[in-house]
Design a protein around this ligand. Structure first.
Ligand code: PPE
Length: 322
């Protein structure tokens, strides 16, 4: 998405203007991918903007930092307060929110520990991730020739910046070949996820998705889908999925904060079911968009409203990264 400058970016405890939020070229993260990030969405509701699964996102950020051995100088609760104030200050009705922690400037060399941990949060308007038609009509995807990293190479469960080099290869290959997205197999050849989405298939009324240990990010939208399905009496099985199951699935969809719930209408030019959005996918979408738009009751307590007074973290912390 091209950027539209917002009035504020939160940078290490300070509210700075868009053009002031800069880093030096010696920042460790630029050279070695040493960053951790989150993607969060605020939705427009009749009561003003509300953030979807805010505590879950900030907790995952803390968990990713723990896995990356990157001391996070702010608590998840403090970062939640910053997110709410930032959405308010930037005057969004709805937006995408990008918290980012990274190793800054101190020394070159792979070992990151001398470099201070910096934290920024920015917001932007972001529409439909896979195109405006995608939510209704579905997308065409391919099975990538790239594999997801093996579990003993990089921790897919953590949202670490450098790992997205793998995702970049996947999405570039897909788009170069005329597809919207690539589905990546894990090192053993089982289905893992998309470059920036989790994957689900429906067969005979049962929903299947790969388990957490299958080199996937533990998606928060994935969890939302599982909660909704349980509530709707639809069985969800977390189990290994082979490539050929994709070709005979009745329905398929991908989930992510950016992608929301996007139907998949073909894989490797093979239509999924009728080649259109399936009925279970549609029911899940209706519930998801109903709750996030404030039109349906917030049964699962997903939404945090923005327009209430919040005490934010307005002071710079010492972010000694050791
Ligand atoms: N897998 C990957 C690899 C991934 O990046 C995401 C989110 C997901 C699954 C779904 O997770 P969740 O958002 O918690 O449901 N991808 C983020 C980044 C997208 C981007 O292009 O940047 C996102 O959707 O915010």
């Amino acid at each position: 998405m091209p950027f539209v400058k917002t009035p504020y970016i939160w940078h290490n405890g300070k509210w700075v203007g868009w053009d002031e939020a800069t880093v030096h070229v010696t920042a460790h993260a630029l050279h070695y991918g040493s960053s951790v990030f989150e993607g969060v969405r605020a939705y427009a509701t009749p009561g003003g903007p509300a953030v979807l699964c805010l505590p879950e996102h900030m907790q995952r950020m803390a968990n990713s930092c723990k896995i990356a051995r990157m001391p996070l100088p702010y608590s998840p609760q403090e970062l939640q307060a910053v997110v709410l104030e930032l959405v308010e200050r930037n005057g969004h009705e709805s937006c995408y929110i990008r918290p980012l922690a990274f190793r800054g400037s101190e020394a070159l060399g792979v070992n990151p520990r001398k470099c201070p941990v910096e934290v920024v949060i920015l917001t932007m308007e972001w529409g439909r991730y896979l195109g405006s038609e995608a939510i209704e009509n579905g997308v065409d995807v391919m099975v990538s020739s790239w594999r997801r990293m093996a579990p003993d190479t990089l921790p897919a469960f953590a949202k670490i910046g450098g790992q997205y080099v793998n995702s970049q290869f996947v999405v570039m290959e897909a788009v170069d070949n005329g597809f919207s997205e690539g589905i990546v197999l894990d090192v053993q050849g089982y289905v893992s996820e998309g470059s920036g989405e989790n994957i689900f298939i429906v067969m005979d009324g049962v929903i299947y998705t790969p388990p957490l240990a299958n080199s996937i990010l533990g998606g928060i939208t994935r969890r939302c889908v599982m909660q909704m399905a349980a509530d709707m009496g639809i069985e969800v099985k977390e189990q290994l999925i082979s490539r050929e199951m994709l070709y005979v699935a009745d329905e398929m969809f991908m989930t992510g904060t950016a992608a929301e719930i996007t139907p998949v209408r073909s894989v490797d030019r093979t239509p999924v079911g009728e080649g259109t959005r399936g009925p279970i996918t549609q029911r899940l979408q209706e519930r998801f968009f109903g709750i996030t738009s404030g039109q349906l009751p917030d049964t699962f307590r997903w939404m945090t409203p923005v327009r209430v007074p919040h005490a934010s973290v307005g002071v710079a912390r010492s972010f000694d990264g050791r």
